[in-house]
Design a protein around this ligand. Structure first.
Ligand code: S3P
Length: 433
């Protein structure tokens, strides 16, 4: 446990970058591990979640290392070439890591046990084991479908056509990855669009993939081309700095090289509608992804009703939106986000409880929350429940609070944003242990 306290800060100023995109980092390592030959990755997020995926891929036979210039090298085993690991794969806190790798091994003739920390072992896995069973894989675990789970991959996988019952890029990607070692065409039908990093990186590594309306079709058992990947900075990580600058009077920051894939920018759109001064500069494409520098200045915000259909494009950003909402005039209504209850924590319940304990006027709904403008008085340490985004959100709350805000455990921030506290302090924040 590493208790951290955030106190009233000065204006935030500076030009900087934030760590690499978590979703793209996991996928870069996985695709590199499946290509024949050497792929390289720059800008990889070196957070615990992604390092856990690298360790798991090594167990599955890939050679992965970082050189002294911070370039990651991956020598892939080729599709179909994964080897039987000698031990259970502990995926720590990472839902993306475990769900994507379950997809990957489901169509290889190996048996793999997955486990994780207390948070990950309580998250639903049936959403991936059900479609992966259709490929011919077998899963054994407990009745609830939670980790630990042992996957016996299909020896002769059959292609499937599967309509996603839940808007989830992790489930979509698990099926697409299973399709890579399956003969024929695997189809995922996605009625509500989610982040499309897998589609983009599949194309970049030369996988035959066809996207036709709601249908995503992957042709399996083709050879992947090793590539050079440059991972952009994570828009979800940038969001904490963006909200911090918007709420702290006098702030003016520029965050370089941030991913602005439209399937990820729902929070930016929402904050602009609330009156936020956020500008994309130097927009460009890199390795199949959209990238820009983001310029943010302090703004007087006004609450809005966030359109529920926007949820998949900002699914990880609601905790930090609650912080912006606390300092915005009026009410901010967030509905249609019941998926938040099965993230690293029940993010609706945990945010509501934490905000209430700081004196914030917040109402809990089955499918979301409504936050009203409030004067923040930090009190008892906020319980972060092994959830990095809860931890970072409450530290941002403290920057403008009447009294300081304390969280019970900041160590979990390492899963996605190593160096968060130092970076925030270097641009003007006041966070200490
Ligand atoms: C992710 C998808 C989202 C997101 C997670 C990363 C991905 O999860 O919350 O942080 O990389 O595919 P769901 O697919 O469960 O919505």
């Amino acid at each position: 446990m590493n208790q951290l306290t955030s106190s009233k800060s000065g204006a935030l100023k500076g030009i900087f970058t934030v760590p690499g995109d978590k979703s793209i980092s996991h996928r870069s390592l996985i695709m590199g591990a499946l290509a024949v030959g050497e792929s390289t990755v720059t800008g990889l997020l070196e957070g615990e979640d992604v390092l856990g995926t690298a360790a798991a891929l090594r167990e599955l036979g890939a050679d992965i290392y970082k050189d002294d210039k911070n370039v990651w090298h991956i020598h892939g085993v080729g599709i179909g070439g994964l080897k039987q690991p000698n031990k259970a794969l502990d995926m720590g806190n990472s839902g993306t890591g475990v769900r994507l790798l379950m997809g990957l091994v489901a169509t290889h003739p190996i048996t793999v046990t997955f486990t994780g920390d207390e948070s990950l072992c309580s998250r639903p896995m049936k959403r991936v084991t059900i479609p992966l069973t259709e490929f011919g894989a077998h899963f054994s675990g407990n009745e609830n479908g939670t980790l630990p789970i042992t996957v016996k991959g299909a020896k002769m996988p059959l292609p499937i056509s599967y309509k996603l019952p839940v808007a989830s890029a992790q489930v979509k990607s698990a099926i697409m990855l299973a399709g890579l070692n399956t003969p024929g065409i695997t189809t995922v039908i996605e009625t509500i669009p989610t982040r499309d990093h897998s589609e983009r990186i599949f194309k970049y590594f030369g996988v035959p993939i066809k996207i036709d309306g709601e249908n995503i079709q992957v042709t399996g058992q083709t050879e992947l081309t090793p590539r050079k990947m440059a991972v952009p900075a994570d828009p979800s990580s940038a969001s904490f700095l963006i909200v911090a600058a918007l709420i702290k009077e006098g702030s003016d920051i520029l965050i370089r090289n941030v991913g602005i894939n439209p399937a990820r920018t729902g929070l930016f759109k929402t904050l602009i509608e609330m009156g936020g001064d956020i500008k994309f500069e130097n927009e460009r494409q890199e390795c199949g992804e959209d990238v820009a520098d983001i310029h943010v200045k302090y703004s007087e915000l006004t609450g809005i009703t966030v359109p529920p259909e926007r949820a998949p494009s900002m699914i990880d950003e609601y905790p930090v939106l609650c912080i912006a909402a606390t300092y915005a005039a009026g009410k901010t209504v967030m509905r249609g986000i019941e998926e938040l209850r099965v993230k690293e924590s029940d993010r609706i319940a945990i945010m509501v409880k934490g905000l209430k304990s700081c004196g914030v006027d917040v109402e809990e709904h089955d499918d979301g929350m409504t936050v009203s403008h409030s004067i923040v008085k930090g009190t008892i340490p906020i319980k972060t429940s092994l959830d990095h985004r809860i931890a970072m959100s409450f530290l941002v709350l403290g920057l403008c609070a009447e009294n300081q805000v304390t969280i019970d455990d900041g160590s979990v921030i390492e899963t996605s944003f190593p160096g968060f506290v130092d970076l925030l302090n270097s641009v003007g924040a006041n966070i200490h242990s």
